[in-house]
Write a protein that binds this ligand. Structure first.
Ligand code: APR
Length: 190
């Protein structure tokens, strides 16, 4: 399967599913699956910091020094520059670790999508690209995550017409296929 493979769109085209490297997306904001330190990591976090360059980490360090001295809580989201990437901004959010104890994993994952889109609305951003938050190192099963993320995105888009497009960018073809099979978007967006 190549990147040119097309997947269905949802909510009258406001949600686009695609394969690729999220750091290449020319959108108002790409969402980063960060950790609470906001100081980088592996996976998509590492890719975003590598592609965007030091300006991103500089702003993250400032956010830690001022607003979140103890780190960004799970479900939280913050906005920074996207540095050298085609996108204008990065929205960093911290997904739940699937295997850990603590609060309801699905609710925390939904918070990541809700809070990221709230930040986009507040900042007047119309196009946002998401990776599959928590489905890599944090171990959230893609099928379960698909139901949670699609419901949260649908609710947010229904309440916020200013968000014109959400791109769901999957690194692996099988992940995009699993998402499409398990998403719960309404068939007809009335
Ligand atoms: N573009 C799009 N998606 C990507 C990319 C990329 N360049 N790189 C990885 N992914 C996908 C993975 O295949 C996975 O489906 O992003 C999804 C999220 O995986 P992770 O990046 O591992 O994020 P997560 O599971 O939320 O774990 C977060 O990993 O990188 C560290 O610092 C991060 O500690 C945090 C943890």
């Amino acid at each position: 399967m190549s990147e040119s493979t097309t997947f269905p769109s949802f909510l009258d085209g406001r949600v686009v599913v695609k394969m690729g490297d999220i750091t290449q997306e020319a959108v108002d904001a790409v969402v980063n699956a960060a950790n609470g330190t906001l100081l980088g990591g592996g996976g998509v976090d590492g890719a975003i910091h590598r592609a965007g360059g030091p300006a991103i980490l500089e702003e993250c360090r400032n956010i830690r020094a001022t607003r979140y001295p103890d780190g960004l809580p799970t479900g939280g989201a913050v906005l920074t520059t996207a540095g050298r990437m085609p996108a204008r901004h990065v929205i960093h959010t911290v997904g739940p670790v699937y295997g850990s104890g603590g609060p309801d994993k699905a609710e925390m994952l939904a918070q990541c999508y809700r809070n990221s889109l709230s930040i986009a609305v507040e900042a007047g951003l119309a196009t946002v690209a998401f990776p599959a938050i928590s489905t890599g190192i944090y171990g959230y099963p893609m099928d379960e995550a698909a139901a949670v993320s699609s419901q949260a995105i649908q609710d947010a888009l229904r309440s916020n017409p200013s968000v014109e497009e959400v791109r769901l960018v999957f690194f692996l073809p099988q992940d995009a296929e699993v998402f499409v099979r398990h998403q719960v978007f309404d068939a007809e967006d009335n």
